[in-house]
Design a protein around this ligand. Structure first.
Ligand code: G1P
Length: 287
């Protein structure tokens, strides 16, 4: 079955970026020249997704404004004859059909995904988490969608991480089927380092069968006392096939300050206009 919908949870509080996130959503923090959530929406659109659902929490209105049409601004740019900027601004409001829903209480990622039940209906759907930005030739979620369509089964995007970091992730134990593809045998959310079944971590990209909604409805809070998507996927793997796929691409964890800086610096270095000068600047200050 074709994957046409994506769910993007954006309901987190952004405590790691306080005070910047005191009055603005963490998804609107700027990475080089655009808010982080725009990278995520663009990935979905570039992968051919038609309908995008963003799950919002409180105080996230600026996300809706960002993807909305901005008449006053467009008029001003037209008046000034600033064609390039105008096109960029118009593009943002034409990025697919974006829908919004509110997660009324921050009960966890599993609960946020459950809020998408009526939007998704009885079709497979993609999930992209905003803390993971992936730079790749083929959009990361497209790699997973293609695998989903081949296998007709839930597939989770993974990469290996340092052993010392396994307690920050959902960890997957799988049986190797081919170079990048594994059949999932066990899943555990944020295990203790000594108890982790592997160092293969879930990296914020999934294509999931709609059966997950029946499971999430009854999933009890797990790690961090939150309803965990990983726990739901573990239950799903007992009744349907679930695979994991080591996707191609470089992933930036923009949910922490170091990853955020790495993405900002690397994206700036690649910019056509500023990259070269910025490179020189960095070389000079690091000497
Ligand atoms: C979430 C998921 C976790 C996954 C991680 C990837 O955790 O629950 O399984 O490994 O995203 O970034 P969070 O970082 O939101 O606590």
């Amino acid at each position: 079955m074709k994957v046409k919908k994506v769910v993007i949870p954006a309901a987190g509080l952004g405590t790691r970026f306080l005070p910047s996130t005191k009055a603005q959503p963490k998804e609107m923090l700027n990475i080089f020249d655009k808010p982080s959530i725009q990278y995520i929406v663009e990935e979905a659109v570039n992968a051919g997704i038609e309908d995008i659902l963003i799950i919002l929490g409180r105080d996230k209105k600026s996300i809706e404004d960002h993807f909305d049409k901005s008449y006053e601004l467009e008029d001003k740019l037209k008046e000034k004859g600033n064609k390039k900027l105008l096109e960029g601004i118009e593009e943002i409001s034409n990025l697919g059909n974006i829908h919004y829903i509110r997660q009324k209480e921050p009960l966890g990622l599993g609960h946020a995904i459950y809020c998408a039940k009526s939007f998704v209906g009885n079709e497979p759907f993609a999930v992209i988490l905003g803390d993971d930005i992936v730079k790749s030739k083929k959009p990361c979620i497209q790699q997973l969608i293609e695998k989903y369509e081949e296998l007709d089964s839930t597939i989770i995007g993974v990469q290996e991480v340092d052993r010392k970091d396994v307690n920050k992730y959902g960890i997957v134990k799988g049986k190797k089927l081919s170079d990048r593809l594994y059949k999932v045998e066990d899943l555990v959310e944020k295990p203790k380092i000594e108890e982790a079944p592997s160092n293969v971590a879930i990296i914020g990209r999934y294509v999931i069968s709609p059966t997950i909604f029946d499971i999430l409805e009854n999933t009890e809070p797990g790690a961090g006392n939150e309803i965990q998507l990983t726990d739901g996927l573990k239950e799903l793997s007992k009744i349907e096939d679930v695979y994991s796929y080591i996707f191609e691409g470089k992933r930036y964890d923009v949910g922490n300050k170091f990853g955020f800086l790495q993405a900002t610096v690397e994206f700036a270095l690649e910019d056509e206009e500023l990259g070269k000068a910025f490179n020189e600047y960095l070389k000079n200050i690091i000497k």
